[in-house]
Design a protein. Sequence first.
Length: 362
Amino acid sequence: MAHCFVAVPPSRQASRVLAFLLGARRWATGAVLAAAFGAVAAQATASPLSPALAEPAHAAPSGRFEPLVLPGERGVVLQALQRSERVLPLRYRVIVVPGSGCAGLGAFADRYFAGLLHAQVLVLHKPGVSPGDRTAPADCPHNFVSRDRHSTWLAHARAALRADALLRQEQPALPQLLVGISEGAELLPALAPEVPQLAGLVLIGSSGLDPQEAGALQARRQGVQGDWAALGQIVAGAPHDSVVVQGRSLGYWRDLWNWPLTQPLLHGPWPLLQVWGGDDALVPAVAYARFAELAALRTAPYCARRIDGADHGLQRAAAGMDGVQQVWAWTEQWARQPAAGLCAPLRLLREQQQAPSAAGTS
């Protein structure tokens, strides 16, 4: 079928006024990774837990990421990375859905996930992305951009997780956490039914709001509501899904404009842990606050933690602090006493911070 093309904004690159949105929809690039590398490298051989929680060393399994191929839909294959636990005993398993872009995680996965000591880890990649790919988000090839959209990514990820569950049927059951980073968190509610022994969802750098609402709030923060509204008019118009607008296909934008996230998260039966940076330049604080108000009424456990001074990738470069490793420290603490619940580590932290100091009570 011939495509009808109409006048649209520049097709391949995002305009400067809407670059904030494309930035918000990637989870790790450039400065974020540079900061993460330094912080993680310093901690890679040490437990991220406090001395009181650290365990005696045991002989570790290999604990290195290896490539894995999982089937998607209709003959498509997904490239993945898998890793055994770094320190015995094995306690749980983590499945990671990364954010947008066309770069793979192979170059830095060992360091990024170093704090997951007692966990097996499975990291999915988007269709067409290999672990070794290093392409910057602004330079993704047209064949990737034309196919990249939430509904396609979800269909293939769902098929891959079903295959993963089948492969694990004969293995001992482990509690599993489903972790979504930035854009990847938008798939978590729909993927949750495919994960046996699901113990909870972890959102990193994701507001929890429907992506269209979060984007509108960021547009207001940046003073570009008019550009956001103009994009919405194009999304609602006649151009074919394959037309590229502001660096994305209209198929991508149309999925985003209608993608439900808030209600599935609010009504889901799983514990929900959300962590975000206080200096997140890509997702406004008001978006996190709005979701927290709604999530406070969840019947299932919900807990959130803002890491003051941290950016979208949870990095606080000036202090040499890697907030991602702190998230893993909380999951490690949970895995020691899973019956206490996924939110127990944050509850304990809040109680410790609220308790009067010894000096104040003497």
